[in-house]
Ligand binder design. Structure first.
Ligand code: ARG
Length: 262
């Protein structure tokens, strides 16, 4: 049975190859942007992994995932003549999905860090993030230093999680699957503060009464898309597209649409 299956797969693979040769298509598309210069996980598609609970970068509007990253990825896909597909997963699974070739790229308000760079490559940065601290109104925590000895809520595997654990110790860090869950715990008094990126912080504070964001910036970071180290051609194509989109103001337009100047 196993052998038969194997033969079947080999036949299927051979057929696919012949078909690909017959239609002569690398990744042929309207703009001719590719011409077989790069490979994607699924031909003709740009599959992006994200964690869609991170407004305004990615969030659900009905069944659709929208937000800054969805629009940036769409603009990149358009330039490359690829069809964008977005897969929602846990934030901590994105890098593995990229590394193992399950998806083409990760775009998730993801901070470029030295540690992540050991596993994936990052494109040119398209946005800046700030790690903010959310506390209940009237909290005795008024600065980052005051966090010592208090329970801090974070989203699992994010830089907020990593820095808080480094600075204050794992015993004082409560990890949640979603940023919104950490904020919910804060409103319920289960944690004393939440460390999270400033834009989602603003939207969570707007959606929950009685919370404020401290004036201090805990960390300033660069957001970029991550791509497998084994796909330098796609990396180059995405970077070229992204740099054009930065130069012609498209990226700034997308950021301004979602981030209102204060
Ligand atoms: N910028 C932080 C990081 O890279 C948090 C990103 C969380 N993104 C998300 N889509 N949930 O670790």
């Amino acid at each position: 049975m196993k052998k038969m299956l194997k033969n079947y797969f080999m036949l299927a693979a051979a057929l696919t190859l012949v078909m690909a040769m017959l239609c002569g298509c690398g990744n042929d598309n309207a703009t001719g942007a590719n011409d077989g210069a790069f490979t994607t996980v699924t031909e003709g598609k740009l599959i992006m992994a994200t964690n869609a609970y991170f407004p305004p970068y990615e969030y659900y509007e009905g069944d659709a995932i929208v937000g800054i990253d969805a629009e940036v990825a769409q603009a990149i896909a358009d330039k490359l003549g690829l069809e964008l597909e977005i897969q929602d997963m846990e934030f901590g699974s994105i890098i593995t999905a990229v590394q193992t070739g399950k998806v083409d790229m990760g775009l998730a308000g993801m901070t470029v860090t030295e540690e992540r760079l050991q596993n994936v490559d990052f494109t040119t940065s398209y946005a800046t993030g700030i790690q903010s601290v959310i506390v209940p109104e009237g909290s005795e925590i008024t600065s980052v230093d005051d966090l010592a000895g208090h329970m801090i809520g974070v989203q699992l595997s994010t830089t907020g999680d990593i820095y808080a654990t480094d600075d204050f110790g794992a015993d004082y860090v409560e990890q949640y699957n979603k940023g919104a869950d950490a904020v919910l715990a804060l409103t319920q008094g289960k944690v004393d503060a939440v460390i999270i990126d400033n834009q989602p912080a603003l939207s969570f504070v707007a959606a929950n009464e009685g919370l404020v964001i401290l004036d201090t910036e805990y960390a300033i970071e660069d957001y970029a898309a991550c791509i497998s180290k084994n796909n330098p051609e796609l990396m180059e194509a995405v970077n070229t597209a992204l740099e054009e989109l930065i130069a012609d103001g498209t990226i700034q337009g997308i950021l301004d649409k979602y981030i209102k100047a204060e």
